[in-house]
Design a protein around this ligand. Structure first.
Ligand SMILES: Cc1cc2nc3c(=O)[nH]c(=O)nc-3n(C[C@H](O)[C@H](O)[C@H](O)COP(=O)(O)O)c2cc1C
Length: 456
């Protein structure tokens, strides 16, 4: 069987993901493997179309495709996203259609599932038969049982290919409506109360619906918000994953990204992201924006700020993207003030939604509202805490210093009151009667405390 591996690490053959691919290649030598490190070469391929065409020809000749990439910021690296965009942009879906595909990722398991969901949906859109994923933690190859699991994944994929098993689509095709937005005048101007409001966008065409939405939203305020167009920012390239920023939060790139991010966004009170749906996410430029913000490592960059989202395109059909944006906002300790899309209703309804978002971001900012966290950020924070303290303190000393200073190493072992209480109560769990009594007593105590707070 001919297998083509589409490597997604910006580090190419020097990346960890490549080693997982080599492991599979070494264990299944009777198959014909071609490894193309697309993320590491995509910038050159954008200019030199012939090499990109050669890559697509290799895909055309393959029986199976292995998408092998590191998880970057809830998804694939920006460079890989660009590769995927080019397939659709240049109408090359037919090179993929009818082939079998699987996904192999390396990560610390932070939102690896949203990255898998994304690529699964892309496989469906390309007409590939999706055969599953393997989500490796960075050091898994060093563990016998995890090597076994990886072999199992490889075996299952190759077997599915040989048997040409039937597969079905998981993600329905996206349906986009044709809508021409005609913004109306602002009903009233919202007083920004001296707060700084910044709209970040990747807008290409001022006359597009997204352009109209940004304009109409901006007109809802007494003072025009600043618009940062990522296309005008000097961004020299996507994150290369060198992790030099781990020491002092300074990126190896010397371009305009840091000045824009820290100088304009981190000093704002209210931030609105405005973009258009591109395949199953926003554009690759947006992805590069998020990847490059990794210089903050695992420390929230926007604590206490209001976030709004203005999205053009089929956002309601993209539960995965919504989850990513929600998780991102929560992890930043910011507040998701609202999402506005152009999917439903007419121009007047869209005007009302944009006007409402303008009022909400200012109102919530004045109230200092930050919504309760959910599993997305509570789980994420615990994962970061453990990884920074345990596995990667030497890679992320800047995180370590921040976590120490801000009491973020809140391991449960440090809760001495709880430990004493558990020590006393635990022996009682052996008796069913005592167990019931203990649970009832604790519940009663909690209820009493809460009723006191309520004042009843
Ligand atoms: C910019 C950047 C973003 C990352 N984002 C995530 C993430 O969202 N979730 C995760 O589990 N790991 C994340 N990681 C960790 C990488 O997935 C992990 O280190 C991976 O094994 C690197 O593979 P490579 O050496 O092949 O590039 C990120 C690393 C970088 C540099």
């Amino acid at each position: 069987m001919k297998i083509v591996v589409l490597g997604g690490s910006p580090k190419g053959e020097n990346g960890l993901t490549h080693l997982y691919v080599r492991f599979l290649r070494a264990r299944f030598p009777h198959h014909d493997w071609t490894v193309l490190e697309v993320s590491a070469t995509i910038t050159a391929w954008e200019i030199d179309e012939s090499n990109f065409s050669k890559c697509i020809d290799t895909v055309r000749e393959a029986d199976g495709i292995l998408w092998a990439f590191p998880v970057y910021f809830y998804l694939v690296p920006g460079q890989y996203k660009r590769f995927i965009e080019l397939i659709f942009e240049r109408g090359l879906e037919d090179a993929f259609r009818g082939r079998y595909a699987a996904v192999l990722t390396t990560s610390i398991h932070f939102f690896d599932h949203t990255a898998h969901n994304y690529l699964h949906a892309i496989c469906d859109d390309l007409g590939l038969s999706y055969c599953g994923f393997h989500s490796a933690a960075m050091d898994d190859l060093l563990r016998e049982n995890e090597r076994e699991r990886l072999l199992d994944f490889g075996q299952n994929f190759l077997s599915a290919l040989e048997r040409q098993i039937p597969t079905s689509r998981t993600y329905p095709a996206l349906s986009e409506r044709v809508f021409h937005y005609q913004p109306g005048p602002a009903s009233e101007r919202v007083d920004t109360q001296g707060k700084r409001l910044v709209i970040v966008t990747d807008l290409e065409n001022e006359e597009s619906t997204l352009g109209g939405m940004i304009r109409r939203f901006g007109e809802a305020f007494s003072a025009a918000p600043e618009v940062v167009n990522l296309r005008a920012v000097d961004i020299a390239g996507g994150c290369v994953g060198c992790v030099q920023c781990g020491y002092d939060n300074i990126c190896v790139y010397r371009d305009g990204f840091r000045e824009m991010f820290s100088g304009k966004l981190q000093t704002a009170d209210i931030i609105v992201f405005a973009g258009s749906i591109r395949d199953r996410y926003l554009s690759s430029l947006w992805k590069i924006f998020f990847d490059r913000s990794f210089f903050n490592n695992h420390v929230p960059a926007f604590a206490g700020k209001q976030f709004g989202f203005i999205i053009s395109g089929p956002f309601a059909q993209q539960a995965n993207l919504r989850q990513i944006l929600q998780a991102y906002t929560e992890i930043q300790q910011a507040n998701p003030a609202g999402y506005v899309t152009d999917e439903f209703g007419d121009s007047a309804e869209l005007d009302a939604l944009l006007q409402n978002l303008a009022e909400e971001v200012v109102r919530l900012d004045s109230a200092g509202s930050v919504r309760t966290p959910t599993y997305l950020s509570i789980g994420g924070k615990k994962l970061f805490r453990d990884v920074v303290w345990g596995q990667f303190r030497h890679v992320f000393p800047a995180d370590h210093r921040h976590y120490q200073r801000h009491g973020l190493y809140d391991f449960p072992q440090k809760n001495y009151g709880m430990r004493v209480m558990n020590g006393i109560l635990y022996p009682f769990t052996r008796s069913r009667a005592m167990r019931m009594k203990t649970i009832d007593k604790l519940q009663e105590l909690r209820k009493k405390q809460i009723l006191e707070i309520i004042g009843e």
